[in-house]
Design a protein around this ligand. Sequence first.
Ligand SMILES: Cc1cc2nc3c(=O)[nH]c(=O)nc-3n(C[C@H](O)[C@H](O)[C@H](O)COP(=O)(O)OP(=O)(O)OC[C@H]3O[C@@H](n4cnc5c(N)ncnc54)[C@H](O)[C@@H]3O)c2cc1C
Length: 508
Amino acid sequence: MSVEEKEYDFVIIGSGLGGLECAYILAEEGYSVVVLEKNHQIGGNLQVFSRDKSIFDTGVHYIGGLDEGENLDQFFKYFGMRDSLKWKRMDEDCFDLIRIEGKEFKYAQGYDKFSKSLIAQFPEEEEAIMKFCSEIKSICEDFPLYNLKSITKDNIFGDIDMLSRNAYDVIASITSNKLLQNVLAATNGLYAGEKDTTPWFVHALVLNSYLTGAYRLMDGGSQISIHLSKAIRAFGGEVLKRKIVTGANFHEDGKIKEVVLSTGETVKGKNFISNVHPAVTIDIFGEKRFLKPYVRRVKNLPNTISSFITHIVFKENTFKYMNYNTYCVNDKDVWDCLNYNQKNWPKGIFVCTPASSKSEEYADCMSIMAYMDYKEVEQWETTFNTVAQKGERGGEYEKFKATKEAKLVEEVEKMYPGIKEHIKSVHSTTPLTFRDYIGDKTGSLYGILKDSNNPLKSVINPKTRIKNLSLTGQNIILHGVLGATIGAFVTCFNHVDKHKLIDKVRNS
Ligand SMILES: Cc1cc2nc3c(=O)[nH]c(=O)nc-3n(C[C@H](O)[C@H](O)[C@H](O)COP(=O)(O)OP(=O)(O)OC[C@H]3O[C@@H](n4cnc5c(N)ncnc54)[C@H](O)[C@@H]3O)c2cc1C
């Protein structure tokens, strides 16, 4: 039977991590599923690309919570991903190196090592560092679903007081030492944190996950999407590429009958799950199908800032592999890196050398990431360019890219003098690259910005007004590999017995 003739139990729009995980869970439960992906490659932010035979990750550089028995380890065992993928545990004593004000600070794995390492550099701040750790552990314990032990609670988002605490305020209340405040918040690029709005729970959940097992995937994050799609197919499901969902046809009762693709083809289903940004999902299914206040709210929610990323390919065996990331901040306030101008960009960079099976000793390549506002590329926003839909953005855009790229190369030359000598080639991505490949509106790094001032406003319910349409992905609970995974389970709780499913995860 052709795709157009079938009626699937679940039609999933988008093959990002959330979409693939929903498809896996539902197919494993015996439902017929099809995943429709607009791109040439599946995985959304898990996609990789290769230049000069080096593999680069687009949107996953390291993954946390993977030590034995930790939350993502348990979820990934359920998906069969702990043994079958090639993982590399990052340095025990330093998985993240923080460079601020010319000094270096090491984030070590495990609370004990993490606190000892920082106390060695801030001996007078021992009490504050211990309090910081206990505050993180306590919020992680209380956050239902993040902690598999408290998963039986019905409220998946925890209580409002917990969501309303602001990350900057909590850290400032723990210590008045400005340098330590900066060090404790230095990895806020992991969620594109904003001083006035980022909730404490976001900082705590993200940092806790890396403290409980920080790993890289050897040869790229696409291992995850390839594994999941193979498993979905083994359960009888389908994962189809180059299928752009542009609209839908409805039954008289308002339920979706079928989605319409850019080619005019249709795919019928009983249920539909959108892994696409909620604001874009509204456009696909039509504003009039949702309540006006919902449309207004979702479309007006601010999104996290975008990024400019430069990828360097090294000459063979010339630059040593670093089994840690570096966060280099060129500002007195780590929360201010987003507020840059043309003169002081970049105020902060993230640097990593991806793990490659080619060599343990030498780095194959390096990625350098800096925040970039979508406004910087807005003048080229009518252009579009992906592998599936080729296009040109023009000479001025290429010049813009080259200037920014050179700036980031200079930044790493300052950090590692002589690195330029080892460069074979350089490649870059801009907010438009992310916009086109992921399908949101501004190439946002992590989707909708969480807001401690109004926490429920930025929480998206996976259920929608259209009875057979749910949402999944980084926007519903939390971004990141762990966040999108938790989100996939929450979405599937609407369709499968939640307790039985979680028991399966616990017993995996
Ligand atoms: C630069 C960067 C670095 C990151 N680093 C890390 C990291 O180190 N660790 C970590 O845990 N997380 C990291 N993240 C975050 C993480 O990658 C994401 O939160 C997560 O992968 C999002 O998954 P998702 O399920 O929301 O799907 P997405 O990745 O958002 O995918 C959505 C999918 O929907 C498809 N789609 C869109 N529109 C349509 C349509 N009309 N029809 C069909 N398909 C459509 C898209 O093509 C895409 O495949 C990073 C993100 C970025 C951008």
